[in-house]
Design a protein around this ligand. Structure first.
Ligand code: SF4
Length: 355
């Protein structure tokens, strides 16, 4: 990429009200004095990038709304271009009208809500503290506060989910004023409450075939409601694709600030250790180089095939396609992309293409 091109900026806010049992993102219980020290550390780190321009900002976590009062100050220390996309992740139950107003005044112009499901049993199985009603109200309140670019995360293959309950969630969700949906399959991560109760939880999970059926149901229903699939797990109304996340998949550069944040900057991929204490006490965050960076061709295939736009077809890739069932991919205008069925087995396909 050109060195003067604007980058993306990711800020990891490591606080949550309560830890969800399936979540392995780095977050700790909220603490006001730590939050202030964290904010000062973010600002110190941003000072290293004063010559850098950012045209997308993603404040994620954790639960950024818990530090809404600091977000304006943080953003004012970054060199953000006009018309930048500035997203804050939100938990439906930590949002008051006041918080929404503060976020709006801070310059945030896109919200991403962790809705996960609009079915009471599924929300309770996921240990979420909000109800379907709270989630819907939060989105409506956000619209009232002037946000017109709103994304919702939902989770697929949660305990006891069926195609019917998923369809209910998606139909209700698509009736809300949202522009974007991310739909992720639940993964049981080792270092979580679900991971420690693996046997009990996995007995309630849909099996692999049912998971595939749930994913395909989501793709079909979302497309029917005008959300075009543009990435393996992401769907958007026309023109509302996440500009920040597209930078990741296009292998463009971004700076990550905060414990556990990853960066791709000046050709190097690195991450910050998962320690709030260290992040606060270090003058500048410690950055460890990722040991297993893929080479450029691997990266082009691995990231590009996540997108429905796909990748340019080379003769090597064309030759390996003979090993892949035809229903898993499409070729159009010299580009290769995966079908929704192909996305379900994308790791296996990529392994064959890169072999
Ligand atoms: S899922 Fe979201 S709200 Fe729950 S612990 Fe993880 S980051 Fe926090």
């Amino acid at each position: 990429m050109k060195n003067n091109a604007p980058r993306g900026l990711y800020i990891h806010v490591p606080f949550c009200k309560k830890k969800c049992p399936y979540c392995d993102f780095y977050s700790l219980p909220f603490n006001q004095s730590k939050a202030e020290e964290y904010k000062n550390a973010v600002i110190r780190n941003l000072s290293r990038y004063e010559n850098e321009r950012f045209d997308t900002v993603y404040v994620g976590g954790g639960t950024p709304a818990l530090i809404a009062e600091y977000i304006g100050e943080i953003l004012s220390r970054a060199n953000i271009t006009e018309n930048a996309e500035i997203t804050a992740e939100c938990n439906p139950d930590t949002l008051s009208a006041d918080t929404l107003r503060i976020l709006k005044q801070s310059g945030v112009n896109r919200l991403s809500f962790g809705v996960q499901s609009l079915c009471a049993e599924e929300l309770s199985a996921l240990g979420r503290t909000h109800t379907a009603r709270t989630a819907a109200d939060a989105v409506l309140q956000a619209e009232k506060a002037g946000f017109e670019n709103i994304s919702a995360d939902i989770m697929l293959a949660v305990p006891n989910q069926t195609r019917e309950t998923l369809a209910q969630t998606l139909t209700a969700l698509c009736g809300l004023p949202i522009t974007h949906v991310s739909a992720y399959l639940l993964k049981i991560e080792e270092n979580t409450v679900f991971g420690r109760r693996y046997d009990e939880i996995s007995a309630k999970l849909p099996d692999e075939d049912a998971q595939g059926a749930l994913y395909l149901t989501a793709v079909e229903l979302l497309e029917k409601h005008g959300f075009r699939q543009y990435e393996i797990s992401n769907f958007a109304k026309a023109g509302y694709e996440s500009r920040h996340n597209l930078k990741y998949w296009h292998a463009e550069e971004y700076v990550g600030i905060g414990p556990s944040a990853h960066s791709y900057y000046n050709g190097r991929r690195f991450f910050v250790p998962k320690s709030l204490e260290k992040f606060i006490s270090d003058e500048f965050q410690t950055e460890q180089t990722l040991e297993t960076s893929p080479d450029r061709e691997e990266e082009r295939v691995m990231l590009g095939l996540r997108l429905t736009d796909g990748i340019a077809l080379t003769s090597e890739i064309q030759q390996r396609l003979q090993y892949i069932p035809r229903e898993y991919y499409k070729i159009s205008d010299g580009k290769l992309s995966l079908t929704p069925k192909g996305f379900l087995v994308s790791n296996e396909i990529i392994a064959v293409l890169l072999n």
